[in-house]
Design a binder for this molecule. Structure first.
Ligand code: NAG
Ligand code: NAG
Ligand code: NAG
Ligand code: NAG
Ligand code: NAG
Ligand code: NAG
Ligand code: NAG
Length: 495
């Protein structure tokens, strides 16, 4: 009975995600909604307690990487335009006994600058979504897939202009990453993901020793609002344990990030209300009858009814960017459509087709064990999540206390983890303001608005961008990451 109740409570989100699956193939919403549904269920088995580093990382996790880098060099991807920078792709074993390996795709900066630029890791969220599907192929990577599903075009604002960029499909069960112990797919959660990510990094840095001492930054979006501070925390912890810099972490950058369940949820409904997606009357009922505090186990019938009314307004909009159309036809074109700067709403489909081609997988050194399932933008294998803290704010505080740079950005046309949520979450930290709210510009163009807090936390909006900020505002996003990496504040408007 109670389970049904909660299912109904969140059914509006599920309802919208079904539409995404049918019309757009965009499964990121689906993954996040499943998690929330499970978290808020009265019989939830999900541990929402605080994230704690494990006491010990077994040395046997660090394996010889001899000769592996050379094998991972990618000659050229099918349908790829000519480029000067180097690309690598391959597997890193994160647990030998289980036979668990993460797939990575690494794009270096231009040969003339790669030695001086930092190393930047990018993680997508979900949980269960692929950094290759979104980050690399639709957001900040050097290429995007054409509408023919077999050729690529350049992204002029690729983040490898600012850093050497590493994309990882994490945890096992996402994209090309896998485990030979299939029960691993049912034992996923924040803690095991963080440990595997950490072991991945230790091994990867051994494979690419020239990056071992390099300044290192971690970035990501959406549910990576959990992954990024958790991994950063592990790095800090093990550096301290060893009394030396094992990984030279300098900062984190998270966008439209899941940070704090209570404020994230309130902010989502407030965004629906303030953007005329639901009526004031419905919003009033949500505010009055729903309780999003961490320990809530049951919502009132009136809250459930109000949610139903929210649901009926969401069917035809892209909740990830309320001003763009949904993908209406998931079909390829024989010849590539001319692509505009903004991403094609059906690009998820083009990417899906491209990544499932055998010649592409061979070029990427992916799927070498011939997995028994397709490559999917968000995993079908991961159907259960064991632990997900209600908040990562204590981790952000810890990072700031250790003088790491923390930047939080928000594409302001996303309704799923919207700018209102991020503002409420940051406000709940009650940080003193260092630089008051101002417009920020990049190369003479308005990028958005920003505010800097004491303790080196920058909050920046990206005007007109949806959830996947670099997809919608590639130039602003490159400006943002460039400033983040250089540690120089965003440029205020001269007006
Ligand atoms: C490390 O892991 C290996 C394999 O799982 C195990 O045989 C060994 O006892 C572990 N060592 C420690 C110190 O935990
Ligand atoms: C490897 O993964 C298994 C789960 O499949 C886990 O029980 C084991 O502790 C892990 N080993 C190490 C060394 O982390
Ligand atoms: C998984 O099993 C396949 C087939 O036995 C093997 O080739 C592969 O190396 C294993 N993966 C890992 C990470 O051990
Ligand atoms: C850590 O290293 C520093 C310098 O190498 C040394 O002075 C200090 O005693 C070490 N601390 C611990 C707890 O080992
Ligand atoms: C929620 O429960 C935890 C323990 O599970 C407790 O520490 C916390 O104070 C509770 N929060 C609220 C708002 O009641
Ligand atoms: C791996 O390759 C097999 C055989 O070609 C294919 O059926 C499967 O869809 C591929 N899986 C992934 C994850 O790429
Ligand atoms: C930002 O401002 C600095 C000095 O105020 C200027 O040198 C730089 O060109 C500006 N950068 C951009 C991207 O506008």
């Amino acid at each position: 009975m109670e389970k049904t109740t909660i299912w109904v409570l969140l059914s509006f989100l599920l309802f919208s995600s079904f539409l995404f699956q049918i019309h757009a193939g965009n499964k990121q919403t689906h993954a996040l909604n499943n998690l929330y549904r499970a978290k808020w269920s009265p019989n939830s088995a999900i541990d929402t307690g605080h994230f704690e580093p494990p006491q010990h990382i077994n040395d046997s996790s660090i394996l010889s990487q001899e000769g592996l880098k050379t094998n991972d060099k990618i000659d050229r991807l099918p349908g790829q335009p000519y480029v000067r920078f180097d690309q690598y792709g391959g597997y890193v074993t994160v647990n030998e006994t289980a036979g668990r390996a993460f797939y990575y795709y690494f794009v270096e900066a231009d040969p003339t600058s790669k030695k001086s630029l930092p190393l930047l890791l990018w993680l997508n969220g979900g949980p269960g979504c692929s950094s290759l599907a979104y980050g690399a192929m639709q957001e900040l990577g050097p290429f995007r897939v054409n509408s023919d599903g077999k050729t690529l075009y350049r992204n002029d604002f690729s983040w490898n202009h600012a850093a050497n960029v590493l994309f990882v499909e994490s945890p096992a069960g996402v994209g090309f990453s896998y485990s030979n112990t299939s029960s691993d797919y049912l034992n996923c959660g924040d803690a095991s993901t963080a440990i595997d990510n950490y072991v991945f990094l230790l091994n990867w840095l051994k494979r690419f020793p020239e990056y071992e001492d390099r300044e290192f930054y971690i970035s990501g979006e959406s549910y990576a609002g959990h992954y990024v501070p958790q991994l950063a925390n592990l790095i800090l912890y093990y550096n301290k344990m060893a009394n030396r810099t094992i990984i030279n972490l300098k900062g984190i950058l998270i966008g439209n990030a899941v940070i704090n369940d209570e404020t994230d949820s309130k902010g989502m409904y407030d965004y629906f209300g303030s953007h005329a997606i639901v009526s004031d009357e419905i919003l009033d009922r949500i505010r009055k009858y729903c309780d999003f505090s961490p320990n809530t186990t049951k919502q009132s019938d009136k809250c459930i009814e109000a949610n139903g009314d929210v649901s009926s307004n969401l069917g035809l909009i892209d909740i990830y960017n309320i001003y763009v159309p949904l993908c209406s036809k998931r079909i390829l074109t024989p010849k590539p459509k001319p692509m505009s700067k903004a991403i094609d709403p059906c690009s998820n489909h083009y990417t899906y087709v491209y990544m499932n081609r055998q010649d592409v997988q061979e070029a990427l050194h992916a799927n070498v064990t011939k997995l028994d399932h397709d490559w999917e933008p968000c995993s079908d294998l991961i159907t259960k999540w064991n632990d997900s803290p209600a908040t990562v704010i204590p981790l952000l505080r810890e990072l700031m206390k250790n003088n790491l740079r923390v930047w939080i950005f928000s594409g302001d046309t996303d309704a799923r983890v919207p700018v209102t949520s991020t503002k409420y979450s940051i406000n709940s930290m009650s940080l003193p303001i260092k630089t008051p709210w101002h417009t920020w510009v990049y190369q003479g163009k308005l990028g958005g608005f920003a505010q800097v807090y004491e303790g080196d936390l920058t909050f920046a909006t990206v005007l007109g961008a949806g959830h996947q900020v670099p997809s919608y505002k590639p130039k602003s996003a490159l400006g943002l990451v460039t400033h983040f990496l250089s540690g120089k504040p965003l440029n205020a408007s001269r007006y």
